[in-house]
Design a protein around this ligand. Structure first.
Ligand code: PMP
Length: 451
C-alpha cells in the first residue's frame, strides 16, 4: 500500500518538505501527522476532498467528525455570508441576537441544558464544565475513564492511550500522563475509571467521593464504543448518591446519534454537557451547558473586581468563576451553527440510514472473505476493528485489535480514493449518498482481496 501511496502523492511529499520548515512535523496538531507523510489536501466539495496531486477522495475523516454536512454546504455558506453582510461585522464584542437564537435551539434539543456558555472548541467546553463542577461542589479532584479524550489540557490528558504496562490493573487503572511537560499534579488529581465496568468504577468512586467534584465521560468512547445502557444508568444513580456531578462530553456524539445526542439515546440527564464539532458544522465552536444552579456559579456578579486594579486590594477574585474568550459566541460561527441544525433536522435520519447501509455492506464483504471485523459504533460514526473478540467494551478490549492489518487496509483504500486518516474512524455526512456507498464498497471489495 505505502509504495503506491508514494507514487500517487509526490506533490504532497514535496510540499511536506516545505511545511516542516514552518511547523514541527509539518502540521499544526500532532494527530494530523501520519507516516510516511500526511496527504496535503487542497479543496473540498460535498463528500469529496482533492489533494495537491489532483487525486479525488471520498472523505470519511470529515475533519474528525465536525463536517456533518460535508464540505461547503451551500445553505451554511449562505447563512455565514448573510450574517457578515447584514450585521456588517465579524465580531461585536458584546452580547448579540444569534447567541440567544442558537442557545434556544440547544435548550430545546438538550433539555438538560438549562443555561449555557459558548467557547471556541470542545477542549474549552470540557474545561469550563470541569471548572464549574469544582466551583459548585467545592471539591478538587475529577474522575475520567481510561481511553476517553476530552481535550489537550493537563487535567484530562491522562490515560487516553496509555501503554498497558503503565496502565496497570484493568479494574484499578493508573493515571498516566499523555504528554511531555505536563504538571504531574494532575496524575494525582485525576482518578481513572474502567469504562463499562460498573462494579470496579463504583469501588473507586466510593473511595474518593469526598474529593471528587465530577466524573466526565464520553458516552460513546472515541465516538464508537457505546456505554452499555445498564452502565450509564448505574453511573447516573451512583453519582447522585455520592454527590458527584456527571458531565457528558458530547463533543463527538452531539447530532451524530440523533439531534439530542447520547443523553437522548440513553434517556439520561447529565448535570453538565460539553458540545462541539458537528454543532458548528465545521466552524470552531464549543458549548458548555447544564443545570441552572451549577451554570450560575459563573454569574458575573463580581467580575469587575478581577480586572479593576483600584479595587484589587479588597476584591476576592476567587469568588468569581473565571470564563472568558475574545471569540466566544462568534456571530459568523453561530450563523453557521444555527443553519447546520436547520439542515440536519431535515437530513439526520437519511444520514443514519446511509451509514447503516455502508456498515452492512462492509461487514458482508469481510465475512465473504472469512475475516473477523467489527463495524463498531452508533449513529453516523463507526470504526473498523479487526478482532476475534465478541465484544469491545473499553480501552483494554480494544488493544486486542489488529492495527497493522487496519493500517494496510487504510493505505490501500486511500490509493483507491477512500480517505480517512490511517487508523481513524469513519464519519458520514449528509453529502454521502448511494453513489458514495457504491464507490466505497467497490473499493473495499477490490482491496480486501489484496489483504
Ligand atoms: N471531547 C471529545 C469527545 C473529542 O472527541 C474532542 C476532539 N476530538 C474534544 C473533546 C476536543 O475538542 P476540540 O478538538 O474541538 O478542542
Amino acid at each position: 500500500g505505502i509504495k503506491r501511496f508514494a507514487e500517487k502523492t509526490p506533490k504532497s511529499l514535496e510540499f511536506y518538505k516545505e511545511a516542516i520548515k514552518v511547523m514541527p512535523g509539518g502540521t499544526t496538531a500532532n494527530i494530523k501527522f501520519f507516516a510516511p507523510y500526511p496527504i496535503i489536501m487542497e479543496k473540498g466539495k460535498g463528500s469529496r476532498l482533492y489533494d495537491l496531486d489532483g487525486n479525488e477522495y471520498i472523505d470519511y475523516l470529515l475533519s474528525y467528525g465536525a463536517l456533518i454536512l460535508g464540505h461547503g454546504h451551500p445553505r451554511v455558506l449562505q447563512a455565514v455570508q448573510e450574517q457578515l453582510i447584514d450585521d456588517g461585522t465579524y465580531l461585536f464584542g458584546t452580547p448579540h441576537r444569534l447567541e440567544v437564537e442558537m442557545g434556544r435551539k440547544i435548550q430545546q434539543l438538550y433539555p438538560s441544558i438549562e443555561l449555557l456558555r459558548y467557547t471556541n472548541s470542545g477542549t474549552e467546553a470540557t474545561l469550563l464544565a470541569i471548572r464549574l463542577a469544582c466551583a459548585y461542589t467545592g471539591k478538587n479532584k475529577i474522575a475520567k475513564f481510561e481511553g476517553h479524550y476530552h481535550g489537550g489540557y493537563d487535567q484530562v490528558l491522562v490515560s487516553v492511550n496509555p501503554s498497558l504496562e503503565e496502565a496497570g490493573n484493568p479494574h484499578q487503572p493508573k493515571s498516566v500522563a499523555e504528554s511531555k511537560g505536563m504538571d504531574h499534579y494532575h496524575e494525582e488529581h485525576t482518578i481513572i475509571l474502567p469504562f463499562n465496568d460498573l462494579d470496579a468504577a463504583s469501588d473507586i468512586l466510593r473511595k474518593w467521593k469526598d474529593e471528587l467534584a465530577a466524573i466526565i465521560v464520553e458516552p460513546i468512547q472515541g465516538g464508537f464504543i457505546p456505554a452499555e445502557r445498564s452502565f450509564m444508568e448505574g453511573l447516573r444513580k451512583l453519582t447522585e448518591e455520592l454527590d458527584i456531578l456527571l458531565i457528558f462530553d458530547e463533543v463527538k456524539t452531539c447530532f451524530r446519534l440523533g439531534m439530542g445526542g447520547a443523553q437522548e439515546y440513553y434517556n439520561i440527564k447529565p448535570d453538565l454537557t460539553a458540545l462541539g464539532k458537528a454543532v458548528g458544522g465545521g466552524y470552531p465552536i464549543g458549548i458548555t451547558g447544564g443545570r441552572k444552579n451549577v451554570m450560575e456559579v459563573s454569574l458575573p456578579k463580581a467580575a469587575s473586581d478581577v480586572f479593576d486594579n483600584s479595587q484589587s486590594k479588597n476584591s476576592k477574585a476567587r469568588d468569581v468563576l473565571f470564563h472568558s474568550g475574545t471569540y466566544n459566541g462568534h456571530p459568523s460561527i453561530l450563523a453557521a451553527g444555527i443553519e447546520t441544525i436547520a439542515v440536519l433536522e431535515e437530513e439526520i435520519s437519511r444520514i443514519n440510514e446511509t451509514v447503516e447501509k455502508l456498515k452492512t455492506g462492509i461487514s458482508k464483504l469481510f465475512s465473504q472473505r472469512g475475516m473477523a471485523v467489527q463495524t463498531l459504533g452508533l449513529g453516523s460514526i463507526f470504526n473498523l476493528i479487526f478482532t476475534e473478540k465478541d465484544q469491545i467494551l473499553n480501552y483494554r478490549d480494544l488493544q486486542s485489535a489488529d492495527f497493522e492489518l487496519r493500517r494496510e487496509l487504510d493505505f490501500q483504500l486511500i490509493n483507491e480514493g477512500i480517505y480517512t486518516k490511517p487508523l481513524n474512524r469513519y464519519s458520514i455526512s449528509s453529502a454521502h449518498g448511494q453513489a458514495e456507498i457504491d464507490q466505497t464498497l467497490d473499493a473495499f471489495e477490490k482491496v480486501i482481496r489484496k489483504l
